[in-house]
Design a protein around this ligand. Sequence first.
Ligand code: SAH
Ligand code: SF4
Length: 375
Amino acid sequence: MLMSEKQNLLDFDNEQLVAQLKLHGHKPFRAKQLLKWVHQRGQADFDAMTDLSKDFRQFLHNDYELSTPSVLIDKTSKDGTRKWLFNIGQNNAIETVFIPEDDRGTLCISSQAGCTVACRFCSTGHQGFNRNLTTAEIIGQLWHARAALQAANPDHTDERIISNVVMMGMGEPLLNYHQVLPALKLMLDDNAYGLSRRRVTVSTSGVVPIMDKLSQDCPVALAVSLHAPNDDLRDRLVPLNKKYPLKELIAACQRYLEFAPRDFITFEYIMLQEVNDSPEHAKELIEIAKQVNCKLNLIPFNPFPESGLYRSSNNRIHRFTGMLLDAGIVTTVRKTRGDDIDAACGQLAGDIKDRTKISQKMQANKAIPIMEIRN
Ligand code: SAH
Ligand code: SF4
């Protein structure tokens, strides 16, 4: 059977859709109408788009489709956290997590099937890398989650069950920039999801040149995965540090702040017992934090069997947090949510058929004596 040659409507932001439609002689306002139907109202059936002419609907039928990855698993945790596992073909799966809180609902979205950065403490990194997600697969997670949550809460008066989006699922969003950017633009577009720039967060392990691009193209809130306060340790925990060391990363954060929607950058710092959680590390971290207007988010490590790492004890987290707070650094400790359904940070693994042999390299990397660098 021939593969469908229809294009997926979810693949295009406003500008791209205008250009597409223009090729077929349609006016720019059609793009706006379509975005409203598809993203604002969540309508997938072209025939239900009643203010479009019959001819235009026929054109849509002929050339376009609207499809999201199919759902393999849909689970809700006892704390209300909901996780979807999506099938993206060829035995690969990606995950999306919704985290409800009193004052907001946050959707955590994946950007790649696997990840090439291969951080030591990350389950996604351990899976290796298969491929970048398309824009439709990225925004499709939001499209699907919103529809599913609305269906589960038909009486919900506020349309915005999802008030915040964080690109903190599987993958490094800034290494899939061309597909992530239109998805971010759709999140912000008033005709689509209409989220403010402060409510959309990109989390990066520190892809310096693309951080600069993002500051120009679509300056949303930025979280930077720091995890270590010196290059020696960061080289081992976040291998991308060898390419973009801390000095360059800090300078990139300072540059980003000029364009950021908030006046701070969030630094994420995973708490690994006797690896990066000593008073010496806290002192080094304070020196970094003083150079960038930032908030620190300490993340208790969520263990997984292959990591060989342990979560810092509550005592050590308490002592570490105390030192940062005493130094005047705004510091929070992330609550673990959804761990009963494997939806906690770093547990998002999906099922990746590794094309890059990263998972094998990581096994070999375990020879690197990470536990010897304790103070
Ligand atoms: N690649 C991007 C975004 C996805 S990872 C990045 O690294 O920022 C999102 C967050 O999950 C990162 O801050 C990462 O540190 C955290 N994380 C990864 N593995 C984890 C684990 N095992 N326990 C807790 N948090 C983890
Ligand atoms: Fe990739 Fe982020 Fe996991 Fe590192 S922490 S391997 S950058 S997804």
